[in-house]
Write a protein of this length. Structure first.
Length: 353
């Protein structure tokens, strides 16, 4: 493909999906070793500004792409603890391994991308809590300086733990919990489940976990299983979206990654036609849901989809739909979170009284 063609494809993909990660912007690699410069100031989770979303705060997690979809947070019986993906790619004149949470431009990017297009999925099922955290720089996933990267991720997870503990102490009040994340957020969510849920009393409060955009092995947890049916609770769902026929680098078959088909909510390899896709959100959230844009099928540890069909999509040459993992199946995820919530509440009527 020519440079011009590549640029056009990039622009169109950005119009299609949320602008998270490095996909729609140039990223700048940190040039110093971790620790040579002071880390960004730690968040204070008693301050509303340290949260991208709270149920009693006006934020972009309150939005819906259609008027008939309602923000149900006020009367919701469960909570959603959502962790956003990487939105920090650095900036000219800045040399940090972790993103500052007091950076207004960075926060706006996070909110107008991940919070609007992902966290809002869950406002029909629960009260949405989304902490800001000193996320690891996007380059941390590719850096050969593993020590730097590990320390960046460790600092990010430290914030996530602090936020979750503050949430448990000040907000939760014994309510059931949905854990959700994407990309870097999923990495932290996976560890959160191991540290606070698995084999602990809080596991009984787990409605479901959506661990999206990163490879998760079924054996990652000892007692939290992969969801096998649409209404099952206390389990986790996971998928990574690629165009049908495409294998990412270093793909080995067979592999043991857990994959949930978000059109059937099962893990078998049955093909599910696009007619079952109840709504995708494109770049303009307020334009509403686009029905039947793509299908889905589990294949060798991947979620394969047909190339999405919408105006301008003919120019897209990308086959990795990572940043659209939520966009593509927005309505189906929303409906499923509501179904599992209802199922959990019905199963636990006596204990919740």
């Amino acid at each position: 493909m020519s440079k011009t063609g590549f640029k056009i494809s990039s622009i169109l993909l950005c119009l299609f999906v949320i602008s998270v990660g490095n996909s729609c912007s140039k990223w700048l690699i940190p040039e110093t070793s971790y620790g040579e410069l002071p880390v960004p100031l730690a968040p204070d989770y008693s301050d509303y500004k340290s949260w991208a979303a709270l149920p009693d705060k006006k934020d972009l997690a309150d939005r819906t792409p259609e008027s008939y979809l309602k923000d149900e947070q006020e009367n919701a019986a469960v909570d959603v603890f959502y962790l956003h993906p990487t939105t920090y790619v650095g900036r000219k004149g800045e040399d940090k391994w972790n993103g500052p949470i007091h950076d207004e431009k960075l926060n706006k990017k996070t909110d107008e991308g991940a919070i609007l297009f992902q966290a809002s999925v869950f406002n029909g099922a629960g009260k949405v809590y989304a902490p800001r955290y000193r996320q690891a720089h996007y380059h941390s996933y590719f850096s050969k300086e593993k020590t730097n990267a590990d320390q960046a991720f460790a600092l990010a997870y430290k914030d996530v733990k602090t936020a979750f503990e503050f949430y448990l102490k000040n907000y939760n009040k014994g309510r059931p919990i949905i854990i959700a994340g994407h990309s870097q957020g999923t990495n932290h969510a996976e560890q959160l489940l191991k540290d606070y849920f698995e084999g602990k009393p809080l596991q009984e409060k787990l409605v479901v976990a959506y661990l999206v955009g990163m490879p998760i092995e079924p054996s990652s947890f000892k007692s939290i299983k992969v969801c096998e049916t649409p209404e099952e609770t206390g389990c986790f769902c996971s998928w990574r979206s690629y165009e049908k026929g495409y294998y990412p680098r270093k793909h080995m078959a067979p592999n043991n990654f857990a994959v949930t088909n978000p059109l059937s909510w099962r893990t078998d390899s049955s093909y599910v036609a696009k007619e079952k896709n109840e709504g995708t959100v494109l770049r303009k959230f307020k334009k509403g849901l686009k029905i039947g844009i793509t299908d889905a099928q589990v294949h060798q540890g991947l979620l394969w989809i047909s190339k999405p069909k919408f105006f301008g999509s003919a120019f897209i040459r990308f086959k990795n739909y990572h940043i659209a993992d939520y966009n593509l199946f927005y309505a189906n995820i929303r409906k499923n979170a509501q179904l599992r919530t209802k199922s959990y509440l019905n199963e636990n009527k006596k204990s919740l009284k």
